[in-house]
Design a protein around this ligand. Structure first.
Ligand code: GTP
Ligand code: MG
Length: 327
């Protein structure tokens, strides 16, 4: 990696230089200790210029049309005079790099726009690390003046939770039918969602789409409200034909306004930051333990007790931590 001074990178970011933006992101994605040190210095410097975007998480099963939606919605936001950055949390990309290539071609037009910036998901590391790189990338994009940050996640495993934990608005894309909500399969997602968009709706399947909408609204009715006075809207349209997207745009703006009025916009960001802090405290304590020979030995002993199935894992963890801290 070509080396740039922190000052030079910050100058470039603040000037909206996409090449420098890319360099800074490569830096926060790096696992090398010296890169990490520089990344943290850079993030500290840009911190006062962050926080001014709307962070939008987008999820839905593979193939539902997330990338197509982002391309169309991104262009709509540009038409409203917004600067748009697109990021991704894609755990599958570590195994299968195909989806990144696919996204690049799907967002071809958006990628050409001067006020849009697209960054494929980081390709290495564990999910927590990937989500952290995405969060830091988001901060850098905010310092560069991007108003909307769109974060795509594949609806698999833990990635939605991680994206929900860095978003202000969580958008769920769905296709017609399914009934999965009623079976509770997607209940976890339904509890995170703020806006639902039923995609791939045209004149031919409008009736079915409306039936799905009713079914969804019924399922949502049983969930406790996530935000006071907010009824989760279920909207219909087509990302490909660019219909129904104005409604999504309006609802997102409305939701953000409501949260700001309630004071929950900042409050939830604080809770998210606390969660991230706790997560990294755990990660780093564990890492320090692994680096300290005697602590590592203790760890191995207590873990073995648990894995032998002769002792309760919780008790062994307690005993280990008590020993570690000398009490
Ligand atoms: N008919 C129709 N097809 C659509 C629509 N939106 C997306 N598609 C198509 O659905 C396919 C998948 O779209 P993507 O945007 O790649 O979906 P995705 O959710 O990003 O997929 P993954 O990233 O693989 O999870 C593509 O062939 C799109 O052209 C739509 O509104 N109508
Ligand atoms: Mg995609």
């Amino acid at each position: 990696m070509e080396n740039f001074s922190t000052e030079k990178l910050i100058e470039g970011i603040r000037a909206g230089d996409k090449r420098m933006l890319g360099k800074a992101i490569t830096l926060v994605e790096s696992k090398k200790a010296e890169h990490r040190d520089q990344a943290e210095k850079l993030l500290k410097e840009i911190m006062p210029h962050t926080g001014n975007s709307v962070r939008i998480g987008i999820t839905g099963v593979p193939g539902v049309g997330k990338s197509t939606f982002i391309e169309s919605f991104g262009k709509l936001a540009l038409a409203h005079g917004k600067k748009v950055a697109v990021l991704a949390v894609d755990p599958s990309s570590t195994v299968n790099k195909g989806s990144i290539l696919g996204d690049k071609t799907r967002m071809e037009e958006l990628a050409k726009e001067p006020n849009a910036f697209i960054r494929p998901s980081p390709t290495s590391g564990f999910l927590g690390g990937i989500a952290n790189a995405t969060f830091e990338t988001m901060l850098i994009c905010e310092a560069a003046g991007y108003d909307f940050i769109l974060i795509e996640t594949v609806g698999v495993g833990q990635s939605e939770v991680l994206v929900s934990d860095i978003s202000d608005v969580f958008l769920y894309l769905k296709i017609i039918g399914g009934g999965d909500e009623l079976q509770g399969i997607k209940r976890g997602i339904m509890e995170m969602v703020d806006v639902i968009f039923i995609n791939k709706v045209d004149d031919d399947n409008m009736l079915k789409a409306k039936a799905t909408k009713v079914e969804l609204q019924r399922a949502l009715h049983f969930l406790p409200p996530k935000e006071k006075d907010w009824k989760i809207p279920v909207l219909l349209g087509s990302a490909l034909n660019q219909t129904g997207l104005d409604g999504v745009y309006e609802k997102i703006i409305e939701f953000v306004q409501l949260k700001k009025e309630h004071g929950t916009f900042e409050q939830i960001r604080s809770v998210q930051a606390e969660k991230r802090f706790d997560y990294w405290v755990q990660q780093l304590i564990l890492q320090k333990t692994r680096e300290d020979r005697s602590a590592e030995n203790l760890y191995t002993i207590y873990k073995k007790n648990a894995s032998d199935l002769k002792a309760n894992p919780v008790s062994e963890a307690k005993n280990f931590v008590a020993q570690l801290f000398g009490r």
